[in-house]
Design a protein around this ligand. Structure first.
Ligand code: HXC
Length: 260
């Protein structure tokens, strides 16, 4: 299937999804958001894919935000629908069984920063820049930024960044704990693929359960999170992968996970 503004390639068990609207710095219009959701729904069904790498085309931007041209004349109802469209995509990414890595090249602003933050891991090229300029446009982040940034940084730093609209570079983002690793721009995809390969060598059901447990725990109290974790832990003991993983250890060999 063809998705306008999206380039998709497969490397082993990783799908690389590149947002490609270079002339507008990959700004997210409604069509891109719809296509991303459709693509993620299809990827979810694909048993061969374990990791999805999200990136932007060109060397200037990951995504420079939601499309300001498209938003400029929205009425209140349309603005609500637009925000919902974006948050539905980000919720889908959150709940996806796949491990999602944002490989951020250049600007990740507004909705682009929110998309990057929705991933499980963020690898940034040296030239990456992150920020929420929404207040400079008279709006607020509307694709989950006011929820995900405080969860990542705590309320004080998140408020400073959202209230000021200040754009931070990759080093500051790394020092704040927003970015897992900074790499040379021309190595961004290769290094991200190496990480994807390392992750993919592990049991997929365990990966998905770990993601689910962590994400659930960020939204509930600790005791509830611990119960959830115990249940997921126990559930894995009904899988072949758990039997294979432990048998392989005892037999001093590498496991062959079948994701079942
Ligand atoms: C639409 C955009 C865009 C955007 C850039 N472009 N960002 N178009 N929406 N978010 C377009 C420009 O209009 C221009 O096309 C082309 O991309 C190149 O951009 P330039 O501005 O010429 O590049 P440069 O001078 O290098 O500046 C780069 C930049 C600047 C600093 C990133 O483009 C910028 O400030 N962009 C807006 C960033 C922003 O405010 N993002 C948050 C949006 S609000 P034309 O054809 O005009 O020359 C948001 C809300 C999310 O994301 C939540 C919604 C519910």
């Amino acid at each position: 299937m063809d998705y306008k503004f999206l380039d998709i390639s497969l490397v082993s068990t990783s799908a690389i999804v590149k947002i490609n609207r270079v002339e507008k710095l990959n700004a997210l219009n409604g069509e891109i958001i719809n296509n991303l959701l459709m693509l993620f729904e299809n990827i979810e069904e694909d048993k061969n894919i374990k990791v999805v790498i999200l990136t932007g085309a060109g060397d200037k931007a990951f995504v420079a935000g939601a499309d300001i041209y498209e938003m400029a004349n929205l009425n209140t109802i349309e603005a609500y629908q637009f925000a919902k469209k974006g948050t539905n995509l980000l919720k889908f990414i959150d709940n996806s069984t796949k491990i999602i890595i944002s490989a951020v090249n250049g600007y990740a602003l507004g909705g682009g920063f929110e998309l990057a933050l929705a991933a499980d891991i963020i690898i940034a090229s040296k030239n990456a820049k992150f920020g929420f300029p929404e207040v400079t446009l008279g709006i607020i982040p509307g694709f989950g930024g006011t929820q995900n940034l405080p969860r990542a940084l705590g309320p004080y730093l998140a408020k400073e960044l959202i209230f000021s609209g200040r754009i931070i570079d990759s080093l500051e983002a790394f020092n704040l704990g927003l970015v897992n690793k900074i790499v040379e721009p021309d190595k961004l995809i290769d290094i991200t693929l190496e990480l994807a390969k390392k992750i993919s060598s592990n049991g997929f059901l365990a990966l998905s359960a770990a993601k689910e447990s962590i994400n659930n725990g960020l939204n509930v109290g600790k005791n509830e999170g611990l119960n959830y974790e115990s249940n997921l832990f126990a559930k894995l003991f009904s899988t072949n992968d758990q039997k294979e993983g432990m048998k392989a250890f005892l037999e001093k060999r590498k496991p062959e996970f079948k994701n079942m």
